[in-house]
Design a protein. Structure first.
Length: 490
């Protein structure tokens, strides 16, 4: 795509998309008009027609009033007729480009291009999105914006994928939280639909109670749990396939290119200069199954853009791909420095302490409120569970500085190992609560412009935290430590 000063419209095929999208947005109003017209004996037919024409007209107007251009070293997006809105950003501020094609766009051969500029705004009106470009034009635009050239096809030898989806990876899907989220969504939609058609009113509580009495709890509870596991597993596998079908991670032209999606395809491009590190996540379920996932710590990934590098996959696959992105496996393999006995004590205190309080409360309510005896027994099971959780958190806690990367790890239910390039650290913060100060510990935060905006090392001994920050950035940190010998304590 040439850099021209002429404003350009989106593809004319969006005239088929925008009116439909506006109709969907106005659907509750249209349903209300239809019901009102039906109740009035057909007198509201004109209102129904007007109700349909208004969103269709808005969709057409949206197309005719949307323009974009690349000119003078800037990319600009202009939209609106009465309230004109212009978004403009220098090309050197472009951090990433995300190309997405929902099913309707794919059917028409169109894509939506989201340009990441590092803005902190979450307002959709402040996002630079070109919704409705042909596929080839979108890829040419990406090349112009990133200067990285279009992502070659995977069959080009010099652009062979670093990683492609293995169908056997779907076995990790049930060990993620996606299945529970999908199950909750399906249950909510089904409940709403049942309530709409009056299904709850037709239920007979007495009959349900009578049928339930015929089931033994020792049969009903395991059967219900097994059914829940099956439903969650099926939904997890379905969601995994729909989201990650055709996954391919490729490096070419000085950028990382990721493509995935069955119904909605997504292509994300992250320039090497914007990539600051990698985060490897190992939630408890995935860890028990021998799996993990990886995401990029990169600047400029805005709202709606994905930082995923590797979906849930075998641990060795995740580490190999993350090492390829970092260009060294060192940050992922290095043995971490433990945080000492005081940090270990805090892990146990914070995990076991609340469990013991719950147990004492359960024991107290038995004589006071005539509660069932199984309540304190159930609460007692929480104490060894909390101790096991604390022990796992102790094993996870650690930090290191290797190969120009700050490496930190923490967590149990959601364990993360983050490797951040020292050149990507823009500041160091040392935070300590009253309890941490009494134990001589601190929380070391490496601030960055990418990912979650920070990499945090929990409960580090204060001398070790200062030494780590100083070794990583002698000039940045050392100037604040030179005056320490003359300080007096009170």
């Amino acid at each position: 795509m040439s850099s021209t000063a002429d404003w350009r419209r989106l593809d004319p095929r969006m005239l088929l998309v925008y009116p439909v999208k506006e109709l969907v947005r106005f659907l509750p109003v249209l349903i209300g008009l239809f019901i009102a017209g039906t109740a009035s004996g057909g007198a509201g037919e004109w209102w129904n027609a007007v109700g349909v024409l208004i969103p269709v007209g808005l969709g057409v107007l949206r197309y005719w009033t949307t323009f974009f251009r690349i000119a003078g070293g800037r990319i600009e997006l202009r939209r609106g007729l009465v309230n004109r809105h212009v978004l403009s950003t220098p090309l050197d501020r472009v951090r990433s480009v995300d190309i997405t094609a929902p099913p309707v766009h794919r059917l028409l051969g169109l894509t939506s291009v989201r340009v990441g500029t590092g803005t902190a705004s979450t307002d959709d009106d402040e996002q630079l999105v070109l919704d409705g470009l042909p596929v080839e034009q979108a890829r040419e635009l990406r090349a112009d914006l990133l200067g990285a050239g279009p992502a070659p096809e995977v069959d080009v030898p010099e652009a062979a994928p670093v990683l492609v989806l293995d169908p056997s990876w779907v076995r990790f899907a049930p060990f993620t939280s996606a299945g529970l989220a999908l199950a909750g969504g399906v249950l909510a939609v089904a409940s709403q639909a049942l309530n709409t058609v009056g299904g709850f009113q037709r239920l007979d509580p007495d009959r349900i109670a009578h049928d339930a009495e015929a089931w033994s709890p020792w049969v009903a509870v395991p059967a219900a749990l097994a059914g829940l596991v099956v439903v969650v597993s099926v939904l997890s596998i379905g969601g995994y396939v729909v989201t990650n079908w055709g996954f391919a991670l490729t490096h070419a032209g000085g950028a990382w290119h990721l493509r995935r999606g069955l119904l909605t395809t997504r292509e994300t491009t992250i320039d090497d200069a914007r990539l600051r590190g990698v985060a490897v996540g190992e939630p408890l379920g995935l860890r028990l199954a021998g799996g993990g996932r990886a995401s990029a710590i990169a600047t400029g990934l805005g709202r709606g853009q994905s930082a995923l590098l590797v979906p849930p996959a075998p641990r060795d696959v995740v580490h190999r791909a993350a090492g390829a992105v970092l260009r060294t496996p060192g940050p992922l393999d290095v043995a971490l420095v433990a945080h000492g006995p005081r940090a270990r004590t805090r892990r146990y205190t914070r995990a076991v302490g609340p469990a013991v309080l719950v147990l004492l409360a359960a024991v107290a309510v038995v004589p006071l409120l005539d509660a069932p005896l199984w309540l304190p027994v159930l609460a007692a099971l929480g104490v060894p569970a909390a101790a096991a959780l604390a022990a796992d958190r102790v094993r996870a806690l650690g930090h290191a500085l290797v190969g120009g990367y700050v490496v930190v790890r923490s967590g149990s239910l959601d364990r993360r190992r983050e490797a951040l390039e020292t050149d990507g650290v823009i500041g160091w913060n040392l935070r300590a609560t009253w309890f941490q100060r009494r134990a001589g510990l601190t929380t070391l935060v490496a601030t960055t412009a990418g990912g979650r905006q920070a990499v945090t090392a929990l409960d580090v001994p204060e001398p070790a935290a200062v030494a780590l920050a100083r070794e990583a950035h002698p000039d940045m940190v050392g100037q604040f430590l030179e005056e320490e010998p003359v300080r007096t304590s009170r």
